[in-house]
Design a protein around this ligand. Structure first.
Ligand code: 0GY
Length: 302
C-alpha cells in the first residue's frame, strides 16, 4: 500500500552531528520509535498522521552513531495497536531493544505473553487529543491490571493542562507510571510556578511515578542552537528538566524521541540533543543514573 506523508511533515535528520558529550558505558535511548517501513508494516487506519519511514536498521545505525548501547522503542500512534514493527525491531536487536506497546483491551493472554517474550515491558496510555481518540478509563484500568501481573509498567502521555483531571486516574494505577516529556510543561512559565509545581508534587506524592526528561525540542520556545556545538541549545527547558533530574534522580529516563513525529518548526539534530544531557544532568553520577542504571532497572531486570 502507498502512503502519502502528512502535509508539512519533516523527515528525520540523516546526518546528525557527532555528540561532544561522552555517553556513559551502557547508555540507553529510552524513548524512540520505528515507523514502518510502510510496505512491510502498514500504518493504522485510525492514525492521525502519516510519517516517513524510519526503520529498525536506521534506528540501530543512529544508536551506534550517537554512542548508545540500547534502545527502548515506544509504539507510535501511527501504528495504532498493531505492534508488529515494534516487535520485529525488538526481536532483531539481539536483546539490545525493549518495547512499550499499545494494546487493545481484548488482547489474549497468549498475545501478551508473546509481546513479553519479544521484549515488551510496558504499555502506553496516550491522552493527547491530537494523537488519539478517547479510550474509556475502565478499559484502561482493565489493561493496567493485566499488565501489572506481568511486571510491566505504564507510560502516560498528556498535556500539562490535563494533569488535574488525570491525577486521580493516574493515582489508581497499580504499576510504575512513566510520564512522557515531564507532562509537557509550558516552559515560558516560571519553573517555580503553579503548573510545574503541580507536576513536581505529583512525583513527590507518588513514589511509583517516573519521568522522561526528553524532548527539549518539543517544549522549547527559545529554540535550537543556530549551529551545532553552540553552548546552550533549548536553554529555556534546562531549569525544568534539571529540577526533575536533581529532585528524583532514581526515577528519570532520557530518550532522543527519534524520528521526532509531528515536529513543526525544526527537525532536531540528534547529536545536539545528546549534548543537551550535560545541561540537565550536570554530574557523572546523575548521568549514570539517568542513562544507565534507571533504564536497566526498568527494562532489563529479568
Ligand atoms: C512522541 C510525541 C508525539 C507522538 C507520538 O506516538 C506518537 O505518535 O508519541 C507527539 O506528536 O507529540 O513522544 O513521540
Amino acid at each position: 500500500m502507498k502512503f502519502q506523508k502528512s502535509p508539512g511533515w519533516l523527515d528525520w535528520c540523516s546526518e546528525p552531528s557527532r555528540p561532544v558529550f561522552l555517553l556513559p558505558e551502557g547508555a540507553v535511548d529510552a524513548h524512540c520509535h520505528v515507523f514502518g517501513p510502510a510496505d512491510i508494516f502498514p500504518f493504522a487506519a485510525e492514525r492521525k498522521y502519516t510519517p516517513c519511514d524510519a526503520s529498525k536498521e536506521q534506528l540501530f545505525a543512529l544508536r551506534d552513531r550517537l554512542g548508545f548501547s540500547r534502545n527502548v522503542i515506544v509504539q507510535a500512534t501511527c501504528h495504532g495497536t498493531d505492534n508488529r514493527a515494534l516487535v520485529d525491531a525488538c526481536r532483531s536487536s539481539g536483546g539490545r531493544a525493549r518495547g512499550v506497546a499499545s494494546i487493545r483491551p481484548d488482547i489474549s493472554d497468549g498475545e501478551l505473553h508473546d509481546l513479553h517474550e519479544a521484549g515488551v515491558r510496558g504499555v502506553r496510555f496516550n491522552f493527547v487529543r491530537r494523537l488519539v481518540d478517547f479510550t474509556p478509563r475502565d478499559e484502561l484500568l482493565d489493561i493496567a491490571g493485566r499488565v501489572a501481573g506481568l511486571g510491566w509498567h505504564i507510560v502516560v502521555y498528556f498535556e500539562s493542562a490535563d494533569l488535574p483531571d488525570l491525577w486521580d486516574f493516574f493515582s489508581g494505577l497499580p504499576t510504575i507510571v512513566v510520564v512522557d516529556h515531564m507532562g509537557r510543561p509550558d516552559v515560558t512559565k516560571n519553573v517555580d510556578g503553579e503548573q510545574f509545581e503541580l507536576f513536581v508534587r505529583f512525583m513527590r506524592e507518588h513514589e511509583n511515578v517516573w519521568s522522561k526528561v526528553s524532548c527539549p525540542d518539543r517544549l522549547s520556545a527559545s529554540g535550537p542552537p543556530a549551529v551545532a556545538g553552540e553552548a546552550r541549545p533549548y536553554r529555556d527547558v534546562v531549569p525544568f528538566a534539571r529540577r526533575i533530574v536533581e529532585t528524583f534522580p532514581d526515577r528519570v529516563l532520557w530518550g532522543t524521541d527519534w524520528p521526532h513525529p509531528n515536529v513543526r518548526d525544526h527537525m532536531p539534530d540528534d547529536g545536539v540533543l545528546v549534548d543537551f544531557i550535560a545541561q540537565i544532568a550536570p554530574t557523572r553520577a546523575l548521568q549514570r543514573k539517568l542513562l544507565v542504571d534507571n533504564p536497566a532497572r526498568l527494562y532489563w531486570r529479568e
